[in-house]
Structure formats: structure tokens, C-alpha cells
Design a protein around this ligand. Structure first.
Ligand code: AOF
Ligand code: ZN
Length: 362
């Protein structure tokens, strides 16, 4: 087998850590000797052993002289766990094949250098694009200290997220909806505007088997979220943050019900979203899914805090000039001012399609 094939195996192991390792990266590792896998592992949980140490511990024979494939450059620092470079050297691995380089300033090329200096053959950049994409959240978070933000919506072919009556269950089919739950499992938090809470009373949990719930955040400048809402009624079981600009008379009851209020700077009478992202990052929240409504989503795009857009598009036409669309706000005045996504990918999900891409830095 080729290096790329072993790396593909390591990458699929890495993804088993999805939703469990945040704010750490997903990392997978395969150890190969005489053309056979003798050990494999992945980073399973933040704070637990790294992929390389798990793979070395799982070896069915002495790994001396073997090749170790790892999706991210081995670390060389003491974090919550000892350096992986030490383990690789102790076990006398002969060759290390790396996918992504680790942008963590504590590592950043030093892991590879240490191994080379000690006589280990190191190859980098194998399946790098795929490995980088797998950790797009980690890469963004470790470099900016703010969460990687994904704006997601589902709309009909004529650009509506609901009928003019407000009926919206469902715009897309089952396959696309299952994909959304995977995204909720992938990202650490989910953000909606208070308008959406008042209109839809959503629960915002992950209903995927084996999935875990994101932290739920409501952008609620004046604390209008009702104590009787599904979010607040379940706030003791699922962490719920209310981003506000001041504490008013509703604060006590919301806090008593288990919600936490995050006070943010104010911008034009609302929560300053850039400031909110800094505060969420400081709490260790590495990623946020923005699910609407359209006012909040437009503000987030305009504020430059969105990194990725995922649009699920159903082959349906529902019409209605008052029917809601994914983005509200004032809008951009001309097409050349529109946000134009980069690296666009299109996936078929049953009858629907997912079009996703990245927002260029503003
Ligand atoms: C690896 N293999 O499996 C992971 C790495 O606090 P710690 O000890 O878990 O260290 C976290 C940092 O280590 C993280 O920011 C990233 O740079 C690296 N993660 N490195 O060699 C792994 N998870
Ligand atoms: Zn490590």
C-alpha cells in the first residue's frame, strides 16, 4: 500500500474523535511494519492520550523500525499529556509520515525538527488538504482564539426557509436533516437570535445516535427569552448561554432556571458579535453553528465573524413575497458587495443538495 492509503486510514480513525476532542484537534495514527498494520489509535477525548501514544500502546509487536502515519504533526510539548515525540523516539520508530503541520505555536514545526535531528526519517504533507480540512475548527481556534463559525440554513429552490404561513417542517428531506445533526455533533455550540426562540421555541439538541449536545447560545440583548421556553426548561441538563448587553428584571428567573448570562459589548443597540466571539473563545468554545434567524445571520456575516456557509437546497418552490429567506438585515447594496464564497463544494443528499464554501476574510 501507498503512504496516501495508510494516511487515509489514519484520517478515518481521526474522525472517530469528532465531537469529543474539542478544543483539541482530531488526530488518527496507524503504525505499519513489513507492510502490515501493527497498531492504530486516535485522540479520543480532550485531556486523554494523543493518537500516537494510543497507537503505540495498541501495537501487537515491537514497533522498532516501523513507519508511523499520523494526521497531525506529533507534539513536542508537555500539555495535559507528555510529548508524542518522546514516545516515538523511545519506541525507535524509523519513519514518520505526517498529514498536517500543527499550527499550535508550542509545536509549529518543532515536532518534525526534533524527530529529524534524532535521525528519524520524516515526510510531511501527505493528504495534507484532507487532514487540514478535518481540523479546520482547531486551526482557526488555535490561531485566532475565537470560535470557527458556520452559518447553516435550509431553503427551497426559490430561496425560502418557510412558507408564508411560517410552516417549515420540513424544507429538506431526511438525508439532509440527518447531516445537520452530524454538524450539531461536530461543533461545540449553536447560536440563534431571540426572535427565533420567540417564533419557533426550538430545543436545539443533537438528535443523532451517540451524538452529544452543543452548548446553546441565544443572542438576546434585552433578555427576552421566556422562562417557559423549551431552551430554558432544559437549561439544567444542556448548557444554555444568553448573550445580553445588560441584566434586567428577567435575569434572576433565567439564571435560577439554569441559564448563564454572558454580558457583551453593545453595538448599535445589540450584542456586538465580534465581542461575543472573543468571550466564547475565552471559555474554550472552539466552534459555533449559526442557525438563524435571518437578522442575526446577516449581522454575523456583516461583522465578519462567519467562516463557513452551508446551504441545504431542496427542489421545491413555495413562493410568497412575505415568506422568510435565510438572510435579512439591510442587505448589501450591489452584487459586487455580496459575500462570495471560496472553495465551494456541492454534495447530493437524497433529493437535496448541500452547497458549502468559505467566507473570505473581510
Ligand atoms: C498530537 N497528537 O493526538 C493530538 C495533538 O493538552 P494536550 O496534551 O492534549 O495537548 C494539546 C495540544 O497537542 C493541541 O493543542 C495540539 O497542538 C496537540 N494535539 N498532537 O501529536 C494528538 N491531539
Ligand atoms: Zn501529542
Amino acid at each position: 500500500m501507498q503512504d496516501t492509503q495508510w494516511m487515509a486510514r489514519a484520517l478515518s480513525l481521526a474522525k472517530r474523535g469528532m465531537g469529543r476532542v474539542s478544543p483539541n484537534p482530531m488526530v488518527g495514527c496507524v503504525i505499519v511494519k513489513d507492510g502490515r498494520v501493527i497498531g492504530e489509535g486516535w485522540h479520543q477525548k480532550c485531556g486523554s492520550l494523543h493518537a500516537e501514544r494510543n497507537a503505540l500502546a495498541a501495537c501487537t509487536q515491537d514497533p522498532a523500525g516501523a513507519t508511523l502515519y499520523v494526521t497531525l504533526e506529533p507534539c513536542c510539548h508537555w500539555g495535559r499529556t507528555p510529548p508524542c515525540t518522546d514516545a516515538i523516539l523511545e519506541h525507535k520508530i524509523a519513519r514518520v509520515v505526517v498529514g498536517s503541520m500543527d499550527p499550535n505555536p508550542l509545536v509549529a514545526g518543532k515536532g518534525v525538527q526534533i524527530l529529524r535531528d534524532r535521525g528519524v526519517e520524516v515526510e510531511t504533507g501527505v493528504l495534507q488538504e484532507e487532514c487540514d480540512r478535518c481540523n479546520e475548527v482547531f486551526f482557526h481556534y488555535i490561531q485566532t482564539k475565537t470560535p470557527f463559525v458556520v452559518f447553516k440554513y435550509a431553503m427551497t429552490l426559490d430561496g425560502k426557509i418557510a412558507a408564508y404561513t411560517g410552516h417549515s417542517r420540513w424544507v429538506t428531506g431526511e438525508t439532509a436533516r440527518a447531516h445537520v445533526h452530524e454538524t450539531r455533533n461536530w461543533l461545540s455550540a449553536i447560536l440563534v437570535g431571540v426572535g427565533t426562540v420567540l417564533a419557533d421555541d426550538p430545543l436545539l439538541t443533537c438528535r443523532m445516535e451517540g451524538g452529544r449536545n452543543p452548548v446553546r447560545i441565544v443572542c438576546d440583548s434585552r433578555l427576552r427569552t421566556p422562562v417557559s421556553s423549551q431552551l430554558i426548561r432544559t437549561a439544567k441538563e444542556v448548557p444554555t448561554l444568553l448573550a445580553a448587553v445588560e441584566k434586567n428584571e428577567n435575569a434572576g428567573a433565567l439564571e435560577a432556571a439554569g441559564a448563564e448570562i454572558v454580558l457583551c459589548k453593545e453595538k448599535e443597540g445589540r450584542v456586538d458579535l465580534a465581542d461575543l466571539m472573543v468571550r466564547l473563545g475565552a471559555r474554550g468554545i472552539d466552534s459555533v453553528l449559526v442557525e438563524g434567524g435571518g437578522e442575526l445571520a446577516f449581522s454575523a456575516l456583516e461583522a465578519g465573524v462567519v467562516q463557513k456557509v452551508q446551504a441545504y437546497i431542496a427542489p421545491k418552490l413555495v413562493g410568497g413575497k412575505t415568506a422568510k429567506t435565510p438572510l435579512g438585515g439591510a442587505g448589501f447594496p450591489t452584487m459586487d458587495r455580496a459575500v462570495r464564497l471560496r472553495d465551494v463544494a456541492v454534495t447530493r443528499l437524497g433529493e437535496d443538495i448541500l452547497m458549502e464554501g468559505y467566507v473570505p476574510c473581510l
